[in-house]
Design a protein around this ligand. Structure first.
Ligand code: NAP
Length: 280
C-alpha cells in the first residue's frame, strides 16, 4: 500500500482532462490558505475501478468532470439531497475511508448570478441541453425563482427533465421561434468548446437586448454564442465564473473554511487569458 504521509492529495478526474484549469485554481487556493496539499489532473477512464485505487492511495478529495459525474454518483457511499435530485456529483470527499459525494455545479451557477445581483426571480429561463450540466442549470434556475423551459437536440432527454423537475419543454424548432421571449438563456451543450463542434447551437435571432446569456463552456472564455449575444446587447456570463464558484464551494466542503475567491479568480483569468472579460 502506498500513502502520502504529509502533503494531502486532491485531483480532478475525467477524460479528456489535459486542458483543465482546475489545478491552477485549486493549487492557488491551497497556497493562500496555507494548506500542505497538491491538486492534480488525472485522466481516468474507468471510475468503477479507479475510484477505489484513489481512495486506497490516500486522495482526500476529488473533483469529477465529463464524462464521469453520473457513474460516480452511483458508486459513492452517500450523497446530499440536491445530488440525489440531480443524479450526478462533481465533488468527492474522503470520510471514514469512503467517498461521500456532492454537486457544486448548481452552486456555481447561483453564485455567478448572486455576485452580480442579477434580479431573476420570476423571470423566464431557457436552458439549451439536457445533460448533467443542464440538470444543474434547471435546479439552480428554479432555486432562483425562474420559470424554466428546456430545449434539447434529443427531445426524449428533455422529456426526462420535465418528469424529474416539472419544467416546460420545447423542441429546437419551437425554441428558435420563441427564444427571444425569454429573459435568461443557459447554453449547457459543449458546442463552441475548444476542440469540439464550432458555431451556435441555436441561431442568433433568439437574442434580444437586456437578455442575460450564460454559456457553460469556459474555453474559450467568450464563445461564438456569447460573442453574438453581446453583439445583440445581451449581458453575457462566461462558464469561467461558474468554474470559479463551483470550485470555491468544493474548497469550502473539503476544508470547512471560506475559499480565497479573489486569488482563485486572479489565477484563472491569467491562465484562461481572460483579461478582457469583465469577471465578477
Ligand atoms: P453531457 O451530459 O454529455 O450533455 C451534453 C448535452 O449537449 C446534451 O444535451 C447533448 O444533446 C448536447 N449536445 C452535444 N453535442 C451537441 C450538438 N452537436 N448539437 C446539439 N446538442 C448537442 O455533458 P454535460 O456534463 O452536461 O456538460 C456540457 C458542457 O457543460 C461541457 O462543455 C462542460 O464542460 C460544461 N460544464 C461547465 C461547467 C463550468 O463550471 N463552467 C460545469 C459543468 C459542465 P443530446 O442529448 O441530443 O446528445
Amino acid at each position: 500500500m502506498i500513502r502520502p504521509v504529509r502533503t494531502q492529495i486532491f485531483a480532478v478526474i475525467g477524460t479528456p482532462i489535459k486542458h483543465s484549469l482546475s489545478p491552477v485554481m485549486m493549487n492557488k487556493a491551497f497556497k493562500v490558505l496555507g494548506i500542505d496539499a497538491v491538486y492534480l489532473a488525472l485522466e481516468v477512464d474507468n471510475p468503477q475501478k479507479d475510484l477505489q485505487i484513489l481512495l486506497d492511495s490516500g486522495f482526500q478529495g476529488l473533483s469529477v468532470t465529463i464524462p464521469h459525474k453520473e457513474v460516480v454518483y452511483s458508486m459513492v457511499e452517500s450523497v446530499d439531497d440536491v445530488s440525489s435530485k440531480l443524479g450526478a456529483v462533481n465533488t468527492l470527499k474522503k470520510v471514514a475511508n469512503a467517498w461521500r459525494g456532492r454537486n457544486t455545479d448548481w452552486i456555481g451557477i447561483v453564485r455567478t448570478f448572486g455576485r452580480r445581483n442579477i434580479p431573476v426571480n420570476g423571470k423566464k429561463a431557457l436552458i439549451i441541453g439536457a445533460g448533467g450540466a443542464a440538470r444543474a442549470a434547471v435546479y439552480a434556475a428554479k432555486y432562483m425563482g425562474m420559470d424554466v423551459t428546456v430545449t434539447n437536440r434529443t427531445y426524449e432527454r428533455a422529456v426526462k427533465l420535465k418528469e424529474d423537475f416539472g419544467c416546460n419543454i420545447l423542441n429546437f424548432e419551437e425554441a428558435t421561434e420563441k427564444g427571444s421571449d425569454f429573459d435568461v438563456i443557459f447554453q449547457t451543450t459543449p458546442i463552441g468548446m475548444s476542440g469540439y463542434k464550432k458555431g451556435l447551437v441555436l441561431p442568433p435571432t433568439i437574442f434580444r437586448p437586456q437578455m442575460v446569456v450564460m454559456d457553460f463552456v469556459y474555453n474559450p472564455v467568450i464563445t461564438d454564442f456569447l460573442a453574438e449575444a453581446r453583439n445583440e446587447g445581451c449581458m453575457i456570463l462566461s462558464g469561467l465564473e461558474m468554474l470559479l464558484y463551483q470550485g470555491a464551494a468544493q474548497i469550502e466542503w473539503w476544508f470547512n473554511r471560506p475559499a480565497p475567491v479573489a486569488a482563485m479568480r486572479e489565477v484563472l483569468i491569467k491562465a484562461a487569458g481572460a483579461e478582457d472579460y469583465e469577471f465578477c
